[in-house]
Design a protein around this ligand. Structure first.
Ligand code: F6R
Length: 608
């Protein structure tokens, strides 16, 4: 959600800022802008639309200077127009600000500032910050920023420059990620490491309440009372290649095809085949402590919530511990029953989702032990959780989550193994699960090798207006996930349903125009789903079945079939999801959608 990049150093800033913005474009892509110190003052260029438009503007009217800030926007307050694009400048044009997050008391602040003569030119909440910092400025930018932020309610990651101190960038964070990049005599600020990875791997992650001052001689981190802090420097251990398309038409396709490797990476060094269990170094919990919990609450949003639902089945079936799965946005405002005997698992690819972070903090406040299952190393959830499991899927750039989902499910299986073996699960069953996990990468590869079959299916259904996805047991969440993928990138209305629930309402929708994807691997509920398939067929629905072996009972009842390899029931949603990801992808491409940057969406939702 929105991207920030800033630079101070010996090089011309604009190309670096534009390169950084392009790497962040997956986070927000409705407008963009740059502000540079040009020797006389703050000079800005802003453009609605994709970054190429801003680039064209900059080619026509270049910005020259060696210090600047830039932003790519995902609109919250105000339409994606040039006037609403960041950076925003103060009334006297001395201050420029880029901002991620939401200023909740912007209306009140704006009224007060307007009454004092400040002139607003946009509909954004961010512009308030520019005028407020001008109002507070008495000669030192960091002091002005601190004083301004004292009046602000809401969330922010900001970078600020001031023409009166042309060699300085001030950045601050509360609730929206920000890091500092350390190069050779040059410094960066960014909302995401991918923006600066071409230039440096050394970063300092800012925490909420931190403020950074960067100039040509170095950087310092302060707290909100201007006391200097000593913060650790971290090293980014992934490569630029991981955030490039590498010959694939889209990041999403690349990430779907990476899954044999990413799943392998999630499991690497963590399986103990002899003991039929797993070893998870980051839990920060002893076996005794793991046995202490009475219940598990898993909280997440979107696709991560779907993987959590699969986790619920796993924990209850194999570890025999009660689990509740909650949307983070609901959990945080309820009065949930959570205490020190609750293990709260927080699932988040980005580790920055605002609702999920808030839910985790609420669970902690109530005494629960928190465990983050996170992809983004160094993210806020990863750092604030009591312990965790990194899924090691590598950077996920496609806005629609794919490889993170399958790796999340694998991570949950690893944790289930661990907890299950401490409780009820026999060594033989543990070994069976380990074997099935080890087989997954090859099985996924065998599905990917048949991607052309799914592409043909997509051709068949690319004009559909609606889709229904049905599954039971472990594959009900897979149905939800399949439907979410399709609607996100193809804009076709799709719903996921527990197959048997269909007859309680959605069955009214079924006619010869309705494709129904039935996830029906050979498992304990297979016979049940056959009846549901029959109900669809009797109403002339078009059945696309995801099966795992030849099924005489389906003969004559389905229109299309795609076979996935047979695995144990708890892992079947991983295999079932891969053809569903491909189906969504190919349909979206055939409909001409921008698959990696679907409308209205952004990677990492850092606002409420
Ligand atoms: C769907 C998707 C979103 C995210 C959700 C949570 O394809 O990507 O639904 O899953 O916004 O994001 P994380 O996992 O980063 O907390």
């Amino acid at each position: 959600m929105c991207g920030i990049v800033g630079y101070v150093g010996p090089r011309v800033a604009t190309p670096l800022l534009i390169d950084g913005l392009k790497r962040l474009e997956y986070r927000g892509y409705d407008s963009a802008g740059v502000a540079v110190m040009n020797g006389k003052g703050v000079d800005t260029r802003r453009a609605p639309g994709k970054i190429v438009k801003l680039e064209a503007m900059l080619n026509a009217e270049p910005l020259v200077g060696t210090l600047g800030i830039a932003h790519t926007r995902w609109a919250t307050h105000g339409a994606p127009t040039e006037l609403n694009a960041h950076p925003h400048t103060s009334t006297d044009k001395s201050i420029a600000v880029v901002h991620n997050g939401i200023i909740e008391n912007a209306t009140a602040l704006k009224a007060r500032l307007e009454a004092s003569g400040y002139v607003f030119t946009s509909e954004t909440d961010t512009e308030v910050l520019a005028h407020l910092i001008q109002e507070m400025y008495t000669g030192k930018l960091e002091d002005a920023v601190i004083r301004a932020l004292e009046h602000v309610e809401g969330t922010y990651g900001i970078a600020v420059i001031c023409s009166k101190e042309p060699d300085k960038i001030v950045a601050a964070r509360k609730g929206s990620p920000l890091l500092i990049g350390l190069g050779e005599n040059e410094y960066f600020v960014a909302s995401d490491a991918s923006a600066i990875l071409s230039y440096t791997r050394e970063v300092v992650y800012l925490d909420d309440g931190d403020l950074a001052v960067l100039d040509r001689n170095g950087y310092k981190i302060l707290d909100m009372s201007a006391t200097q802090l000593d913060k650790a420097v971290s090293r980014i251990d992934w490569d630029l290649g991981q955030i490039e398309r590498g010959g694939y038409a889209h990041f999403m396709l690349k990430e779907i095809f990476e899954q044999p490797t990413t799943i392998e990476n999630t499991m690497r060094g963590r399986l103990l085949p002899e003991d039929g269990t797993s070893k998870l170094g980051g839990l920060n919990l002893t076996d005794e402590e793991l046995l202490f919990f009475d219940n598990i609450v898993i909280t997440a949003c979107g696709t991560s919530w779907h993987s959590a639902l699969i986790g619920e089945h796993m924990f209850e079936e194999l570890a025999r511990i009660p689990v509740e799965v909650e949307y983070a946005s609901e959990f945080r405002y309820r009065n949930p029953i959570v205490d020190e005997r609750t293990l709260c698992i927080v699932m988040s690819q980005s580790g920055e989702t605002a609702d999920t972070l808030a839910a985790m903090r609420e669970a902690k406040r109530r005494g629960a032990r928190t465990l983050g299952i996170v992809n983004q190393v160094g993210s806020t959830i990863a750092r604030e959780a009591d312990g965790g499991i990194y899924i090691h899927a590598g950077p996920e750039i496609g806005v629609a989550s794919t490889k993170a989902f399958t790796s999340q499910v694998v991570a949950l299986a690893l944790l289930t193994l661990k907890v299950g073996r401490l409780r009820d699960l026999s060594i033989m069953n543990g070994r069976r699960i380990v074997e099935a996990l080890q087989a997954l990468p090859g099985q996924i590869q065998s599905i990917l090798d048949r991607a052309d079959e799914i592409e043909q299916l997509a051709e068949e259904f690319k004009r559909a207006q609606n889709f229904l996805y049905l599954g039971r047991g472990y594959n009900f969440p897979a149905a939800l996930e399949g439907a979410l993928k399709l609607k996100e990138i193809s804009y076709i209305h799709a719903e996921g349903y527990p197959a048997a629930e269909m007859k309680h309402g959605p069955i009214a929708l079924i006619d010869e125009m309705m494709p129904v994807v039935c996830i029906a691997p050979h498992d304990s509920v297979f016979d049940k789903i056959v009846s549901n398939v029959q109900e669809v067929k009797a109403r002339k629905g078009k059945v696309i079945a995801i099966t795992s072996q030849a099924e005489p009972s389906l003969v004559g009842k389905i229109d299309y079939e795609f076979r996935i390899p047979q695995t144990i029931e708890m892992l079947s949603p991983i295999l079932a999801s891969v053809p569903l990801q491909l189906l969504a992808y190919y349909i979206a491409v055939k409909r001409g959608s921008n698959v990696d940057q679907p409308r209205n969406l952004a990677k990492s939702v850092t606002v409420e």
